[in-house]
Ligand binder design. Structure first.
Ligand code: ZN
Length: 411
């Protein structure tokens, strides 16, 4: 998705604000002698920003608007080391709410809906993001926060909640509890808005069938406002994102060059109108692709595919970027294979080769199954792996996380 003239103008405003504030990234731009870009080519030469760098700006080095305009901070959960602190102006909070409102609207949610919010409230951007958008929409918010399933289900029945906002794992837990207690007849849920953790089609179907609701995936990250920068529409063909607030590129995480629309790679986001802490070319390490063409819904907002994992999981083979979840997805379409598989990458005859080991029972024609899997991988991903089919029980099992991908090239 090439950057447009209008977006270039907005990026220049962001560069200007960063440089004149002398904030963390502004100093970097200044050192690099960048004060303006003129073309898409210039844009691609702008330095990236990374979470690790942003940590160096702790606590308030990212602040780009004057302090009297900052109304709130949020912080990304740092599992190790310092967190990243993102300051927001009133306009940032408002813009974020507008984007989130748009998400609800795309999901067909209106001001007559009753929205129960189960993500957490606090320094992180989850709960409060869902809330801002819902209030802007004019819906009735039930701000539960996480946990206390007993109370969640009570309120869900008494308030006749129509929309549940949750992580996929919590949505599944609630669905199972509702089944277990036999209270489905008291539940009025129609839709679920689910945070953007990676989740499989099987889990998705389980939640949606068990509760009888439509599910919508929402995307976002604290560094870039929070959840609400994109959502899938009723056609469920990727997530529309708001290109009047953010510009998204997909890059090859190895060469760091942008890839063409339709190709998989890392999501890199540039804010276009942010005041508190604008970010230029922020590397999310999330893997996705731009879905080319227009959506059947007719909305002009571009689309990102479902997040397929993190760049750290990626394998480059025969010039094609592959990640294990893609292989896993393909294997899931073969009911005759078990849930266990192993991927081995090796360098044979000066060529990178992928071998996929799968298990099945003795009634299946092993060679024919291997052929069909290899052909499907070729047609869906673009290279032919060697597929080895073995008897059920032969692949290693582990009580901890099973290691499914072994890269022998670096051993
Ligand atoms: Zn659409």
């Amino acid at each position: 998705m090439q950057i447009s003239e209008e977006q270039i103008k907005l990026v220049n405003n962001q560069i200007n604000a960063l440089v004149s504030a002398g904030s963390f990234y502004g100093k970097k731009l200044k050192e690099a002698g960048i004060s303006e870009i003129k073309s898409a080519g210039d844009f691609e030469n702008l330095p990236f920003s990374e979470k690790l760098d942003l940590r160096e700006a702790y606590p308030l080095g990212l602040m780009t608007a004057p302090e009297n305009k900052i109304v709130r901070i949020h912080s990304s959960s740092g599992t190790t080391g310092l967190p990243v602190i993102i300051p927001y102006t009133a306009k940032d909070v408002d813009d974020w709410g507008e984007m989130f409102k748009r998400c609800y609207e795309v999901a067909g949610i209106t001001n007559l809906d009753r929205i129960q919010i189960t993500p957490g409230y606090g320094l992180w951007t989850a709960g409060i993001g869902f809330q801002n958008g819902a209030e802007k929409l004019g819906a009735m918010v039930i701000p539960m926060g996480p946990g206390n399933t007993e109370k969640q289900l009570q309120m869900m029945q008494d308030m006749k909640t129509t929309v549940i906002c949750a992580t996929s794992s919590y949505a599944l837990l609630l669905a199972e509890e509702i089944e277990k207690r036999g209270i489905k007849n008291n539940i009025r849920l129609k839709k679920g808005v689910i945070g953007s953790e990676r989740w499989g089609e099987k889990m998705r179907n389980r939640i949606s069938e068990s509760l009888g609701i439509e599910l919508y995936d929402i995307y976002g990250l604290t560094e870039i406002y929070g959840p609400g920068i994109g959502i899938n529409c009723e056609h469920n063909t990727g997530m529309h994102y708001w290109d009047d607030y953010i510009y998204i590129e997909i890059i090859d995480p190895v060469t760091l060059k942008p890839v063409s629309d339709g190709e998989w790679g890392e999501i890199v986001i540039t804010t276009l109108v942010k005041e508190g802490a604008p970010l230029i070319r922020y590397r999310t390490h999330d893997l996705s692709r731009i879905i080319p063409g227009e959506c059947h819904c007719g909305r002009k907002y571009p689309r990102l595919d479902t997040i397929k994992g993190r760049t750290d999981d990626m394998i480059k083979i025969k010039g094609v970027n592959v990640f294990p979840s893609q292989i896993e997805e393909i294997l899931q379409t073969f009911p005759e294979v078990s849930s266990e598989y192993q991927i081995r990458i090796s360098h044979l005859d000066r060529k990178d080769t992928m071998r996929i080991y799968v298990e099945t029972n003795g009634h299946v024609d092993f060679l024919n199954l291997a052929d069909r899997i290899a052909t499907t991988v070729k047609s869906k991903i673009g290279f032919t792996p060697l597929v080895k089919v073995v008897e059920i029980g032969l692949l290693p099992r582990s009580e901890k996380k099973t290691k499914r991908v072994i890269d022998e090239r670096f051993e």
